[in-house]
Design a protein around this ligand. Structure first.
Ligand code: SF4
Length: 341
């Protein structure tokens, strides 16, 4: 087994979304609205995709949320076709939860460094070496990895679920995000053995550069996603999933907030708190390199053009082997059934 499953810079794609004029955007949005209607389809979008797609999802009765709520929403919505705008594991999760529905995505090339960094065969061998541990995997994994696990968690419920398992005396095998795993271990005191993947977006945030920025904006609050390095988490006013960060942006009294997550979430910040100022946390301190500069290149592959094309061509269907889906549903269902706080 490798000692580090973070991606090398060359493995991270560069993606520059097409720039459309206002007229082109309006036309595309009209086309998409019409097609969603004609197809009995609903648009389920992640907070990190293009702001126009987020708006379209909300305007057409779909949802914009984190991966846990996307999965729940798709399962419970009566539409026969789900259009998932996000990354591949989100489309797979939607299909696992709703096997009878057609699940389409604007592109099937939108991946995730955590999913790529947790190859199923290697993970299976790792888990087999530790049969005494409860296998808890982050939602950002393939259907095959989920199918091998005891629990699937998202960043919004991971901490509470591990706390619950630790209280029952269970030892945890955690995968794939090493920063989120270390944060949960530190918060819960659970006995955790870690896989060593990382999110190329959140791993970029730099402690010293963030401290320097805090000195410039002395009254600013700091919001951090727990996929970030421990030193960055250590100076946050709030640590949480995208939904929890969004909630914190409403609750904290600060007029200025420095935010360590993909800045496409700012679209929702500005909708909800137009009077507040939001600043991107820095990704490059002295001598640091930057692979994604905190903009997820895979989320950026969701564009109005390929969304409209998918609705026209009905391509990019997400398929999951039924037996893998059945096995993956078991740990997913445990998460969905876990009591809300
Ligand atoms: S932001 Fe990170 S965790 Fe989310 S899809 Fe991109 S690479 Fe994966």
């Amino acid at each position: 087994m490798r000692t580090d499953y973070s991606l090398a810079p060359a493995e991270v794609p560069v993606h520059e979304p097409a720039v459309l004029s206002d007229t082109q955007r309006a036309l595309r949005k009209d086309e998409i609205r019409d097609r969603l209607d004609a197809l009995d389809a609903v648009l389920v979008a992640h907070y990190y995709v293009d702001g126009d797609i987020q708006d379209l999802a909300l305007e057409t009765g779909g949802c914009v949320s984190d991966s846990l709520e996307m999965a729940r929403f798709g399962r419970d919505h009566p539409a026969s076709t789900l259009i998932v705008s996000g990354v591949r594991f989100m489309g797979e999760t939607a299909k696992i939860l709703s096997p009878e529905k057609r699940v389409l995505m604007p592109t099937l090339e939108a991946e995730c460094s955590l999913d790529i960094g947790c190859p199923p065969d290697e993970f299976e061998a790792f888990a087999a070496e530790h049969p005494d541990r409860t296998v808890v995997v982050y939602a950002n994994t393939s259907a095959r990895v989920k199918a091998m696990s005891d629990w699937v968690v998202t960043s919004s419920v991971g901490l509470r679920i591990v706390e619950h398992l630790a209280a029952r005396g269970e030892k945890i095998l955690w995968a794939p995000d090493k920063h989120l795993g270390a944060y949960i271990e530190q918060q819960t005191g659970a006995d955790m053995l870690h896989w060593t993947g990382a999110c190329v977006v959140h791993e970029e945030f730099k402690f010293q550069a963030l401290m320097d920025l805090k000195n410039v904006y002395a009254d600013a609050g700091v919001l951090v996603h727990p996929e970030s390095p421990a030193a960055v988490i250590g100076i946050a006013d709030r640590v949480g999933s995208t939904s929890q960060i969004l909630q914190a942006s409403l609750e904290l009294p600060n007029d200025t907030l420095i935010v360590a997550t993909d800045p496409r979430l700012f679209h929702q910040f500005r909708r909800r708190s137009p009077h507040k100022r939001f600043i991107e946390a820095p990704t490059a301190g002295d001598g640091a390199t930057c692979r994604s500069c905190a903009h997820c290149p895979w989320m950026a592959m969701n564009e109005l053009d390929n969304l409209a094309q998918t609705l026209d061509r009905l391509d990019n269907e997400v398929l999951v082997d039924p037996e893998i889906g059945r096995l993956a549903m078991i740990p997913l269902q445990r998460m969905l059934d876990f009591p809300k706080p």
